[in-house]
Design a protein. Sequence first.
Length: 161
Amino acid sequence: LTHTVGQVANLVPAAQVLQAQLTRIGVDLQLEVRDWPAYIKRQRAMDFTSTNTNFFPKVDPDDGYYRYFHSKGGANELSGGYANPAADKLLEEGEATVDPAKRAEAYRRFVQLIDDEVPVVTTGLGDAAIGWRAPVKGFEPHIIGLLAYPGGGLPHVWLDR
């Protein structure tokens, strides 16, 4: 199996760990390491057999699922271009309602569909730890460890000295 990976952040070391783990069960994973622009070009064209990304779950199911699994989602290439009209319909139902029970049911049915079809395999999730000193003011950590996000994080920090 050829595994295409970009040279950025932790993607290559993560691919090497995956390669070592798969070797233990008899799967030969050959790494094809590309510079970042070449990798992104291949990823967006969905020109790969296997790849790893910094795909990670979000707090709200709409952000966590729609962008990756809706056929018109903004990061759909990270799911290999997954397209299923039934999944799109469930994601649109979940996005369109504010009723928590109806949202939960739409996303529960969506997750069951994804579990049945397996368009992606999550091989691991990183840990996030954040700490700061007393003079640092205005920092509100994001629930999934983002350091900068709309409305918060490092862009809103100041030092009180």
